[in-house]
Design a protein around this ligand. Sequence first.
Ligand SMILES: [Mg+2]
Length: 142
Amino acid sequence: MKILIAEDDAISRQIIHKILARFGRCDAVVDGAEAVEAFQLALEDGDPYDLICLDIMMPGVDGQAALKEIRELERRMDIRGERGVKVIMLTALDDPHSVVEAYYRGGATAYLVKPIEADKLLVELQRLGLITAEQRQAVRGQ
Ligand SMILES: [Mg+2]
């Protein structure tokens, strides 16, 4: 699995990286503009990401705006529906407006409210079909 982590907070970035690194290659960027760029480069290389963990609150291009650009790039390349990258939005705010925006307008696949914990993240990965129940249990047993 190929994973992109877009998170401006260094500690959150490290925590997510540590949880996900065992499941594949993890690249990390610090804002939405870099996330869109990394996503586009991977698409153009024919080696797209399977999962993006996208923080909503980031300087410059935030997570919502980055997600819209990412879905627009996919549309232009005729990548639709299930074939699109799975995107988990990360938010520090338990903010219904952000969540609704992310789901229905931006095309998020899921969202998680911070603090990010291994269990919560792995439940989502399993729900999205990115890891198996056995993989999730193996991590919990460590
Ligand atoms: Mg942030």
